[in-house]
Design a protein around this ligand. Sequence first.
Ligand code: HAM
Length: 444
Amino acid sequence: MASKKKSKKTQVQLIKGMKDILPSEQLIWDFIKKQVFSLARDYGFSLIETPIVESTQLFKRAVGEETDAVSKEMYSFVDQGGEKLSLRPENTAGVVRAYIEHGMLNLPQPVKLFYFAPQFRHDKPQAGRYRQFWQFGFEVIGEKDPIIDAQLISMSYVILQELGITAQIQINSIGDENCRPRYIKALTQYFKEHKKDLCADCQKRLLKNPLRLLDCKVKKCQDIGQAAPQMIDYLCEDCNKDFTAVLEYLDELDINYTLNPKIVRGLDYYTKTAWEIVEGDEEGKLQALGGGGRYDDLVANLGGRETPAIGFAMGVERVINKMKEKKVELPAAHRPDVYLAQLGEEARKKSLRLMKELREAGISISEDVYKNGLKNQLELADHRHAKYALIMGQKEISDETILIRDMESGVQETVDYKKVVKEVQKRLNARVVEKVLKIKAVKK
Ligand code: HAM
């Protein structure tokens, strides 16, 4: 009889451009999340979570059919019901859709929303460019006062500072429907004169959306773009007035910024103020950690009432890469208050109950209830930097006691089992008092 040979299966691997966020990375992710949530709370922003999948039409209308993010990089598919869907390449479109759909225009304005969520772009994977990447973003919908522009720019600067990065703000105004047509005309005229030297995509863009020529990633197109007319010279009175006010507020806030006429942003919904927050990469090339701008026409373009709005988003992986490069010190990892070590079946059973009681009293624990050797368990307690170990063996079970071991000094004390929670609390409180006294002494 022919024997059945087991063939070795090939390994299924991570998709190119995607990343696992492993336990070892959680400390830095947690730190960023905490800072972002605290900034949001202080500035009055509420969390919004929109679906990863939206109708393809949403992104075509909001972000623009001619943008790279939609025309080249979007993950799109037709689902089982025949609907054309896409993984979101960015979050502003979804937030604005939700704002309109849930009647948020009836709430007191402006509505301030923030998110911390994954986005998808089928971009060429390289350092700081992934196909699934996370963004945190802040959106203010329903206010046109330029003081909001300055406040958001300042938030984008401050959050990076709080994460240990001093980045540079690059700012521009890309005008509005009153002044931009005149600029587009001049821009088209300029690029027409160089048409034969442009890449095939830009030759198409010249007819459909000339502003997008300014964010082409092809070197020869970028070189031609260097001498192109600048929007700032075409701003109407209203846009000029707002832009001047934004810059004045930034001066007031002592935020350094550079005027950069090349910032037009890669997405179509922008009007007026546009900015990027950049830092040099390892080769000294400037990389955007975040970007944003006004999008005063987007709510109406998606079927809502005329509503001014502005926001920004930051790329979390890029921020993390920068923090690692700068060796930013992270807060200490969590230390369990106690490690529960047990020896023998009785102790093992009793420790299950004790675990619950300690947690109910707000004491953080660590344990390996399936392990036996005491030495082994104390090594694990040490490895996890537990403050105390609670040790229960045969003797302690019969005496109805428990051993408390100070993991730093090694001093152990036997206490009445019934009083263990109180005894641990007493020691933890004494540590806090000692710490405060030490800080006071250093300050003196
Ligand atoms: P964005 O400039 O396309 O703007 O993206 C914001 C940030 O996301 C970038 O500065 C970058 O740090 C990060 N990012 C973008 N693509 C990638 C990628 N492939 N890999 C890693 N990180 C990436 C927006 O998305 C707008 N929705 C921002 C906004 C909010 N405007 C108004 N409100």
